[in-house]
Design a protein around this ligand. Structure first.
Ligand SMILES: Nc1nc2c(ncn2[C@@H]2O[C@H](COP(=O)(O)OP(=O)(O)O)[C@@H](O)[C@H]2O)c(=O)[nH]1
Ligand SMILES: [Mg+2]
Length: 449
């Protein structure tokens, strides 16, 4: 996507559909002319909401009346002249205004993310702040909202800037010695820079320690239901989701694909996945389903192993070789099979939780267990600043070069590694070589942002 700042762009900033109010946003050099063309000679005072009758510039027809806001650049979201029209939120009003505006010379519809791209190009927001903004627009849960807001307010940029500043200072020291090789290297100067490098390393390590938490908040905490066919996985998914998401039948092998539902538990996003029953099979579709189930299970934060007491035990117990510490065993179908024993042969994890998807017995207790596990895993997520794999990978690279910079004695190599580390930190904020990343970030935006 190429942003051409000479063109003026317009798009609805609110979702389409029937609503009390819709907001249309216009940005670019023609914004004031478009404003005058629709509102007449009474140009609204900057940044003050003004009620105006909006007329079609060519036909003079009254299109609607609404509030008009004018933000002269550079004090605007994009850094350009911006006009916002708050009009009645019907499809007809919005399209009449869009038609009128795009009929003006050099005014066209914006592409998704184009306003944000202009804001970035005019340095109103850096890359992590933009990502925060995109996440805030997408936020489904409280924890996502908080994390996105932190990012949008520049919490990660500030940290990266601080780390970059420390490294630039150290680099200046090292380069000074490279430029004046005749000077003897003083021991205390070396101490200063190794201390500085050590401190940056420690801070990056602390950020990385929370990296996955931030990604889980953003992407969701993955919980997967596993077990032999007919153990009751799909029934349990439906019971937890409180709707009929998965097909339930007495026929083994009904579920073929991974089916994911999004649940909001205590303000955190949980992705609960139903999977194909694990068994040896010659059916190629079922085999693929089982491969997907196992793959999902490896990536998930928590595995729930369903144990159906009404079926043969040994094959179910043999599945537990793939269990990880902290996984739960669920003793299903208590309405038929009765309560669970305190312990199950071959299971070393927490005591089995007994439940019946049919009668609902044990479901509240399972939900409580899931909630407390999630809260425990998220307890430090307030410190998590790295919300994306991109952030984590850049910091891992920065750390890699720092380690090398610390270990190498040759000053030229040391300087080069510090430089590469600075560069990696710069990619987080988006100051260097990030064209490919930009396209990914902006394409995720909706229209009008
Ligand atoms: N009695 C009883 N039957 C259940 C319960 N949960 C599931 N079933 C039955 O077990 C069979 C398989 O259930 P399903 O959810 O499709 O299992 P899956 O293959 O593990 O997804 C169906 O006939 C369900 O009606 C339960 O809690 N109690
Ligand atoms: Mg199923």
């Amino acid at each position: 996507m190429q942003a051409d700042s000479r063109e003026t762009i317009v798009a609805p900033a609110t979702a389409s559909g029937r609503a009390g109010v819709a907001v249309l946003r216009l940005s670019g050099p023609q914004a004031t002319r478009a404003l005058d063309a629709l509102c007449g000679s009474m140009r609204p005072t900057a940044r003050l909401a003004s009620l105006r009758r909006l007329h079609h510039p060519q036909t003079g027809e009254l299109l609607d009346q609404g509030l008009v806001l004018f933000f002269p650049g550079p004090q605007s979201f994009t850094g350009e002249d911006v006009v916002e029209f708050q009009v009645h939120g019907s499809h007809a009003v919005v399209s009449a205004l869009l038609d009128a505006l795009t009929a003006l010379p050099d005014v066209r519809l914006a592409q998704p993310g184009e306003f944000a791209r202009r804001a970035f190009e005019h340095r109103k927001l850096d890359l992590t702040e933009l990502e925060g903004l995109a996440d805030l627009i997408d936020a489904e849960t409280e924890s996502q909202r908080r994390q996105a807001l932190r990012l949008m307010e520049g919490a990660l940029s500030t940290r990266c800037e601080e780390l970059r500043a420390s490294l630039l200072k150290t680099l200046a020291y090292v380069e000074a010695y490279l430029d004046f090789p005749d000077e003897d290297l003083q021991a205390d100067v070396m101490d200063v820079w190794s201390e500085e490098l050590g401190s940056v390393r420690q801070q990056i390590a602390a950020l990385l320690a929370h990296a996955h938490r931030g990604e889980i908040v953003r992407e969701g905490y993955r919980v997967v239901l596993l077990g032999v066919p007919n153990a009751g996985k799909s029934s349990l998914l439906n019971a937890l989701a409180q709707r009929d998401v998965a097909i339930v039948t007495p026929a083994a092998g009904t579920t073929r694909d991974v089916l994911e539902v999004r649940l909001n538990l205590e303000g955190h996003l949980m992705l609960l996945a139903d999977t194909a029953g694990l068994r040896d099979t010659t059916d190629t579709i079922e085999q693929e389903g089982i491969r997907r189930a196992r793959h999902y299970a490896e990536q998930a934060q928590l595995r729930l192993w369903l144990f159906d007491p009404t079926q043969e035990h040994t094959s179910q117990q043999s599945l537990w070789s793939d269990a990880r510490p902290g996984d739960f065993v669920l003793w299903t179908k208590t309405d038929e099979a009765g309560p669970a024993p305190k312990q199950l042969d071959g299971w070393t994890g927490p005591a089995p939780l007994a439940l019946s998807a049919r009668s609902g017995e044990g479901i509240p207790a399972l939900l409580e267990a899931l909630k407390s596990r999630m809260l425990c895993d998220f307890c430090d997520s307030e410190d998590a600043l790295l919300a994306r794999a991109r952030h984590r990978e850049a910091l891992v690279l920065a750390q890699h070069h720092l380690v090398r910079a610390t270990e190498v004695d040759d000053l030229t190599l040391k300087a080069e590694d510090i430089r590469l580390s600075i560069r990696a930190l710069s990619t987080v904020i988006g100051v260097v070589g990030v064209d490919d990343i930009l396209d990914v970030v902006f394409s995720a935006f909706c229209l009008g942002k």
